[in-house]
Design a protein around this ligand. Sequence first.
Ligand code: SAH
Length: 232
Amino acid sequence: MKLAIICAMDEELAAINNILNLSPTQQLTKAGNTYSVYEYGLHTLVTVVSGIGKVNAAVTTQTLLNHFTVDAVINVGVAGSLIPELSFGDVVIADDLVEHDFDITAFGVPLGQIARMDTFSFIADSKLNDILKTVELTGHNVRCGRIVSGDQFIDSADRAKFLHSEFNALACEMEGAAIAHVCYLNQMPFAVVRSLSDMAGQDNKGVHSFNELKDMAASRAALVVKYLMENI
Ligand code: SAH
């Protein structure tokens, strides 16, 4: 299989490169990002760091799909927890994703609904998720559920509570739904795997936790990628 792996930050892709011990066979730079091709067992991987936020993620995903033929796109990285039961290093596998900051509620449309789009959420590929959800990480929970994305670092207990109650989401981040949106438009199967670096402000320590724990969380997410590569 040929899989694309998109991470928002260098730290997230570095954790994957460390665990898979990859060295590239080909590289291509487009629109400011470098796409690297690797062979891993029987599979080919195309990896890229998109930069942070929905626009960076969308541009990178479409550029990748324009220049490489892949079977699926996997977005891997860290996220904030939206419920007290899930914490640092636990993993959320997205069932579906919503852009929580898309707001045309003035027209009586639910928050997160993208104008004139025929879906509310972007649903991850069930075959990829069937594999991903069988992963076991010693000492850490793995849960499937909704992830919400927006161009905001969530660092407030009220905001975390709101995002959970409004969307029934387990985690928040800044790219997954944009990547999912582009994949939806291209009819490309995708999955989103996020490990929790912070509690999104539920503990009033969002930024502190993110800074302290993002590398630990990125390495948990990378273990899930390794598991996927070995079981797909
Ligand atoms: N100045 C920081 C910005 C990090 S933004 C830096 O450059 O390191 C946070 C990143 O981690 C985003 O890519 C996002 O997807 C993810 N993330 C982790 N916790 C988050 C939270 N609580 N809210 C939103 N995004 C979060």
